[in-house]
Ligand binder design. Structure first.
Ligand code: IMP
Ligand code: MG
Length: 181
């Protein structure tokens, strides 16, 4: 068996930079085709989605705008409980909105954001996720565009962090269990 290349903290590179960029380009091509002539808005959740949305929007050969929301977990709350700390800047009523997510794990975050976006009455609402980790899914999320389906491992890079770090890695790496503790 060939040795897998290593990232920081003994992580294994599971999606290299070239594969990542090729998949992002293909997602962009499909979105441009599907939303031709529409008022397209890409919305992501800070900070993780920042890296994916900037590459994705440049892969979409069509007019569009981007916007951001920010969430914070409730300090007293259980898993998945979040509140909005930064709302949309633009009105999305009647527009075609795609929620762009770096990773969907339990689905609770995406579900919360989708509910919020739906309350602003977009014409269409879709989800584009780079990394789908279905193993621990609690809330169903209707995913229209999926980059990679991943096993239940803790991933870093391309927006995904460990305690705020490693978002800037240009690839996706999986951490050994003892690095996440
Ligand atoms: P959820 O479980 O789908 O609600 O995801 C919650 C959040 O956990 C995501 O937005 C990420 O910030 C974070 N997260 C989930 N899986 C990973 C991972 O593998 N690496 C880094 N962050 C993750
Ligand atoms: Mg995070």
């Amino acid at each position: 068996m060939t040795q897998q290349p290593l990232g920081p903290l003994g992580s294994r590179i599971v999606v290299d930079q070239a594969t990542l960029q090729a998949t992002v380009s293909e997602l962009g091509r499909r979105i441009a085709e599907d939303y031709e002539g529409e008022d397209l808005r890409l919305i992501t959740v800070l900070k993780g989605g920042l890296f994916f949305i900037t590459d994705l929007c440049r892969a979409i050969n069509a007019p569009l705008s981007i916007d951001f929301v920010s969430l914070q977990p409730y300090s007293q709350g259980g898993a998945g409980l979040v509140r909005l700390t930064k709302d949309l800047s633009d009105d999305i009523e009647g527009a075609c909105v795609i929620l762009v997510e770096d990773v969907i794990d339990t689905g609770l975050t995406a579900n919360y954001v989708l509910k919020h976006l739906r309350s602003h009455r977009p014409k269409r609402l879709d989800v584009c996720v780079l990394l789908d980790k279905p193993a621990r899914r609690i809330a169903e999320v209707p995913i229209g565009y999926r980059g990679f389906e991943m096993p239940d491992e803790f991933l870093i890079g391309y927006g995904l962090d460990l305690n705020g770090r490693y978002r800037n890695l240009p690839y996706i790496a999986a951490l050994p269990d003892d690095a996440v503790l």
